[in-house]
Design a protein around this ligand. Structure first.
Ligand SMILES: [Zn+2]
Length: 88
């Protein structure tokens, strides 16, 4: 399988369905595996993972994200206030 064929199968991000998918890495032996990453939601996956991790139609609905919702997601974890020196 050529890198072009693999990229075609992974054209859409499984999590947010954006087309901002890039090949992050490929196997030392050509065509064995590739690592893809989504520039929109930062999801990353390997070409060798099961369909539920790589196919937008089989990715679990509860974990899907909408690109338009990303700016409104809470940032976690928050950084706690700094302790006073010598306390506790
Ligand atoms: Zn994505």
């Amino acid at each position: 399988m050529s890198q072009t064929e693999q990229a075609g199968q992974h054209r859409f991000c499984p999590r947010c369905r954006s087309v901002t998918v890039k090949v992050l890495s490929t196997s030392p032996v050509a065509g064995v595996w590739s690592v893809f990453g989504c520039a929109t939601c930062l999801y990353a996956w390997r070409s060798t993972e099961p369909d539920e991790n790589t196919d937008p139609d089989k990715y679990p609905a509860v974990f899907r994200l909408k690109p338009e919702d990303l700016p409104n997601l809470p940032v976690a974890p928050s950084i706690p206030a700094r302790r006073r020196s010598g306390a506790g």
